[in-house]
Design a protein around this ligand. Structure first.
Ligand SMILES: *Cc1c(COP(=O)(O)O)cnc(C)c1O
Length: 368
């Protein structure tokens, strides 16, 4: 018998998960072959988390089950109206073999904020964290141990009620899948080139820009293809006042020559946990940090005058990426590159992989 401790903050008892083992789980040898060269987002572990929610029943039927296709009614609301949200968070293996994740309370709270905006039910944060633990309990061996490798966890939630009327769904599913991830940059971090999207926006005032929802990504795909056509890696979006927002899936930070770090702030930007952590590490080093509007003009003039000395993007997948070039329809601005972005990246990854003191208590051990 196990004693069930309630969550100290919410008083919630943990969910009672049922575990259905995957009888076709890969062998240790097959797993090791995948982990030797995992790529990103193409290989998945043997199990997944599946929790149901309904208006009458709340969160119920929590399960860990074999990874595999979902069966959906063709009228499921998500397929028609896009009522969907997700998260992205990694599990890291430390040198002693233990498995840790990074600031999961922040991801849990952001999933709740996204849920509110998309009229989905708010999964209690203790359930969110438990869902990661339950998956790691069966698939922990899938957390790779190579340099810069991790197990990328993808929690997501969507409207599965079969109903074509337009209203928040009465039946929802929450899932967690996991995908081993290799080093994002093979052979060292490379600066990326950025295409300035002039014709398309990713979010509008009062829209869903601050929510982690598939629709924002759908809206970014066409401008992203435009970036590729213009030989750029990524696209940057502006708001209606020509202030810088963010890339399709990463936040932007500007470093000024007096050492101040400035990042765009508005209610149409997704608040990244990587950005928040990087800025905290910069504050710890004595840098000033500002969240405010940054116009395209301020960016371009700042680079031209030497006031801006570094520009970088950040997010869970790639951690920190220097921006090397900003390209628009009729200009190409080489960006200055410095040492700060890469040094903050190293400090952050050292904490995540247990190589440096976790002074902010950001890590949570998942396998114990
Ligand atoms: C997830 C995401 C980010 C980065 O957030 P992290 O918490 O740092 O991973 C930035 N922008 C968008 C649009 C995102 O979806």
């Amino acid at each position: 018998m196990t004693l069930i401790d309630s969550d100290p903050d919410t008083g919630l008892a943990p969910l009672q998960f049922t575990v259905h083992r995957n009888l076709q789980a890969r062998s240790a040898a097959q797993r090791e072959e995948i982990l030797a060269n995992p790529g990103f987002g193409t290989n998945f572990t043997d199990h997944m988390v599946d929790i149901c929610w309904s208006v009458g029943g709340g969160w119920h039927r929590p399960r860990v089950q074999p990874y595999g296709p979902l069966s959906l009614d063709p009228a499921a609301a998500v397929l028609h109206y896009g009522q969907e949200i997700f998260e992205g968070i990694k599990a890291y293996r430390h040198a002693d073999g233990s498995i840790h994740t990074f600031r999961p309370d922040q991801n849990g709270r952001r999933l709740q904020r996204s849920a509110r905006r998309l009229a989905l039910p708010e999964l209690p944060v203790p359930y969110f964290i438990q869902s990661l633990r339950e998956l790691i309990a069966v698939d922990g061996d899938w957390v790779p141990s190579g340099e810069d490798q991790s197990l990328y966890l993808r929690p997501f939630m969507f409207a599965k009620e079969a109903f074509l009327g337009v209203r928040p769904a009465h039946k929802v599913g929450y899932y967690v899948i996991a995908s081993p991830a290799g080093a994002y940059f093979k052979g060292g971090v490379q600066p990326v080139s950025i295409w300035l999207s002039e014709d398309y926006a990713r979010a509008g005032k009062g829209g869903t820009g601050a929510a982690k929802t598939g629709g924002n990504y759908a809206a970014s795909l066409l401008p992203q293809s435009e970036a590729y056509e213009n030989e750029c890696d990524q696209v940057v979006f502006l708001d209606q006042d020509r202030n810088v927002e963010e890339l399709g899936g990463m936040n932007v930070v500007f470093v000024y020559k007096d050492g101040t770090l400035v990042t765009p702030q508005s209610d149409s930007i997704l608040e990244g946990i990587t950005r928040d952590s990087i800025l905290q590490l910069a504050i710890d080093r004595g840098h000033k940090v500002e969240g405010r509007a940054v116009s395209l003009t301020e960016w371009r003039e700042g680079v031209a005058s030497g006031d801006i000395v570094e520009v970088f993007a950040c997010g869970t997948a790639a951690v920190v990426t220097p921006i090397g070039v900003l390209k628009g329809r009729d200009f190409l601005d080489e960006q200055p590159t410095g040492e700060l972005a890469l040094s903050l990246r190293e400090e952050l990854t050292d904490i995540q992989y247990g190589r440096r003191d976790d002074k902010h208590n950001w890590l949570l051990r998942l396998d114990a």
